[in-house]
Design a protein around this ligand. Structure first.
Ligand code: SAM
Length: 279
C-alpha cells in the first residue's frame, strides 16, 4: 500500500512521518540489519508497516511501537497475515520497556532494533537504546548529517560529543546513504542507515546500570572540551573550572600537544585524561 493512496490518513510532520516508498530500499535495510529467524526485533515507529513486513519475514518475532493512534487500524490491516508481529500504541520514550519485553512470546534478553527513526527525537532515542542493556544491535535510519556525526573520525568538523557517546557504547558503521526521493512526504534532506554493535560490557540484563560515575565524569569532561570547540583544549577546560596546572602536567604525561583541540582526541585519550585530572 502506497501511504499517499490512503484517504483515511493525514501525515503528521510533527511526528516525523516520512514513510519509505521504495520497496527495494525496505528489503535492503532488512537484509543489511542481519536479522535472522532467531532474532527478537523491536521497530520504533512502524508507520504503515512496510518495513515491519520485511522484518517479520526474517525475524523470530517483531514488536512494533507506534505513537500515532490513527495508524493502528492501518497497521493491523496491513500486518494481518503476519503472525509474528505485535503492535503497541505508545510513545517509545515514555513507555515502560518491561511491557515491550512482555510482548515477545518467550523471554527476550537480546533485542535488535531496526527503525526508520522519527527525526525530531533521533538523539533521545539513540541515547535510550545505547544505555538499554536489553539491546545488542541497532540498525537505524537517521538524517545523513547525523549519521556523519555518529561515524566521524577525529580531527574533522563532524567529530564530537555524539560520536564519542556512540563510540563509548558501540562500534558504528554507515551502511548506506538514502536519497530523500525514497520517502513520502519527501523530507528536505537525505538520510543514511547506521549500524550499531554494542560492546559486550553494555549488553546483559543483569547489568545494574552502565551509567556509572566514571561515565558521568567522562562526559562532563567531553562536554566541557567541546563547549568551545575552536579554542585550544587547555583553555576550554580551564574556563570550565578544571585546574590549569593539573591539566598542563596531564597533557605532558600523555604527550598531548599544548595546542591540541577537542576534536583531535580519541575516546581513549579522553579516558586517559580523566584518569589524570579527576572530576
Ligand atoms: N517505519 C515507517 C517507514 O519506514 O516508512 C515510518 C517511519 S517515520 C520516519 C517515523 C514513525 O515514527 C512514524 O510512523 C511516527 O508516527 C512514529 N513516531 C514518532 N514519534 C514516535 C514515538 N515517540 N514513539 C513511537 N513512534 C513514534
Amino acid at each position: 500500500m502506497k501511504p499517499e493512496k490512503n484517504k483515511n490518513f493525514k501525515f503528521k510532520h510533527s511526528l516525523g512521518q516520512n514513510f519509505i516508498t521504495d520497496e527495494f530500499l525496505l528489503e535492503d535495510i532488512a537484509d543489511e540489519s542481519g536479522i535472522t529467524k532467531d532474532d527478537f526485533v523491536l521497530e520504533i515507529g512502524p508507520g504503515n508497516g512496510a518495513l515491519t513486513r520485511c522484518l517479520s519475514d526474517r525475524a523470530y518475532h517483531v514488536v512494533a511501537v507506534e505513537i500515532d493512534k490513527s495508524l493502528i487500524p492501518l497497521l493491523k490491516s496491513n500486518l494481518k497475515d503476519y503472525q509474528n508481529v505485535s503492535i503497541i500504541n505508545a510513545d517509545f520514550l515514555n513507555y515502560d520497556f518491561q511491557n515491550i519485553i512482555n510482548e515477545f512470546p518467550v523471554g527476550a534478553n537480546d533485542i535488535k532494533v531496526v527503525a526508520n527513526l522519527p527525526y525530531y527525537i533521533t538523539s533521545p532515542i539513540i541515547n535510550n537504546l545505547l544505555q538499554n542493556p536489553y539491546i545488542s544491535e541497532m540498525t537505524l535510519m537517521v538524517q545523513k548529517e547525523v549519521a556523519e556525526r555518529i561515524v566521524a573520525e577525529p580531527n574533522g568538523k563532524d567529530y564530537g560529543i555524539l560520536t564519542l557517546a556512540c563510540n563509548y557504547f558501540s562500534d558504528t558503521e554507515m551502511l548506506m546513504v538514502v536519497s530523500k526521493e525514497c520517502f513520502f512526504p519527501k523530507p528536505k534532506v537525505d538520510s543514511a542507515v547506521v549500524h550499531f554493535k554494542k560492546h559486550d560490557e553494555f549488553i546483559g540484563t543483569k547489568l545494574a546500570s552502565p551509567l556509572n560515575e566514571t561515565y558521568e565524569k567522562l562526559f562532563k569532561l567531553i562536554k566541557a572540551s567541546f563547549a568551545q570547540r575552536r579554542k585550544k583544549l587547555l583553555n576550554s577546560l580551564t574556563n570550565a573550572g578544571y585546574d590549569k596546572e593539573t591539566l598542563v602536567t596531564a597533557f605532558s604525561k600523555l604527550n598531548f600537544d599544548e595546542n591540541v583541540r577537542a576534536e583531535n582526541l580519541s575516546l581513549n585519550d579522553y579516558k586517559n585524561l580523566l584518569s589524570l585530572v579527576g572530576s
